[in-house]
Ligand binder design. Structure first.
Ligand SMILES: *[C@@H]1O[C@H](CO)[C@@H](O)[C@H](O)[C@H]1NC(C)=O
Length: 328
């Protein structure tokens, strides 16, 4: 979801709310279209995903810079790093992370430049002491990036760079662990000196869906899926990062690909398929996904034999949610 937005997505019954860049978040409750979003798999007439003339992230490679904020366990960083490195890795067996990203690469801008299929992990920095504290506001995310760049720990890569601010457990971002699973936006020159696209995400409870279910769902007898890398928080975060990266690439300045009339509440290519991980997914059912011998659910292969579970993306060609593990 774009940070500009205050969209309420009533998906598997969970409220997903994008953060508002404006100081006056104005949630749009109970949107009947979004509430039914699972149902438009295969029937696209209700989705008005349109192009708004802005750029997509087309530089090849897209250079990702990760800022690990707070104290991260290296065992938890590894799957995240491997996921990012898998996006343009052709070697894992199909269905692969790269196959999944191919849907994002179907989007182009008015210069006919497509979202790049090449994604590189160009740099990492750590702010272990959580220099701006354990409760970040939205603008604090930009301030953290500004100080990291000013200190020379990450470059200001204005020609194809994008930034991920990944907060450790115990660090809260305003509105983040209550209603927002992830966000993306761009930095302001007044704060950071440059316009740099960035994304972030972290949550345990509802944002680790489908590895953790909100209590009202588990009460209704639904079971959480077992996370492919053994940690609901980290696997949930990979899923949120996947969602945000796809949207960052196709709508980096909130003026490219989104549905809806209101750019402060855009519905983007991953929002349209939230909660869909396989054929038949929707309405609280993740869809048909693979399950390994230990009972862990996954739908794409990554590097080093890793497996991940990422949600499907809206395809501008199929006009439906599409994923590489489709079984029909
Ligand atoms: C680039 O975008 C166009 C227009 O959406 C699409 O038809 C084409 O398949 C895309 N190319 C790749 C390599 O995905």
């Amino acid at each position: 979801m774009a940070l500009a937005a205050a969209v309420l997505l009533l998906l598997p019954g969970i409220l997903f709310t994008a953060m508002a860049a404006t100081p006056y978040p104005h949630g749009r409750g109970g949107d009947p279209l979004l509430g039914a979003s699972k149902k438009y798999e295969g029937s696209s007439d209700l989705v008005d995903l349109r192009y708004h003339m802005g750029p997509v992230l087309s530089a090849a490679p897209l250079r990702l810079y990760v800022l690990w904020y707070g104290r991260w366990d290296p065992a938890h960083q590894a799957p995240v790093r491997d996921f990012l490195l898998s996006i343009s890795d052709p070697s894992p067996p199909r269905p692969s992370v790269a196959d999944w990203w191919a849907t994002a690469a179907l989007y182009a801008d008015q210069t006919l430049a497509n979202v790049t299929r090449r994604v590189a992990l160009a740099g990492e920095a750590a702010d272990e002491s959580a220099s701006l504290g354990r409760s970040l506001s939205r603008l604090d995310i930009q301030r953290v990036l500004a100080s990291t760049v000013a200190a020379g720990h990450l470059p200001a890569d204005t020609r194809g760079g994008a930034y991920l601010v990944l907060t450790a457990p115990g660090v809260g971002v305003q509105d983040f662990c209550r209603a927002v699973c992830g966000f993306h936006y761009f930095t302001f020159p007044s704060l950071v000196g440059h316009t740099l696209p960035y994304a972030g995400g972290r949550c345990a409870d509802v944002c680790a869906y489908p590895f953790a279910l909100p209590s009202y769902m588990s009460r209704s007898g639904m079971a959480a899926l077992r996370p492919p890398n053994g940690d609901a928080g980290v696997d949930g975060m990979v899923s949120v990062i996947a969602h945000e990266l796809a949207e960052l690439a196709t709508n980096p300045l909130i003026n490219a690909w989104y549905a809806g009339e209101d750019p402060t509440a855009p519905t983007e290519i991953a929002d349209l398929c939230e909660g869909v991980y396989g054929t038949g997914g929707g309405g609280g059912y993740a869809g048909k996904v693979a399950v390994d011998k230990q009972g862990r659910s996954w739908n794409v292969n990554g590097r080093k034999g890793r497996k991940f579970l990422v949600q499907w993306l809206w395809s501008p060609e199929a006009k439906a949610c599409v994923g590489p593990n489709a079984s029909d």
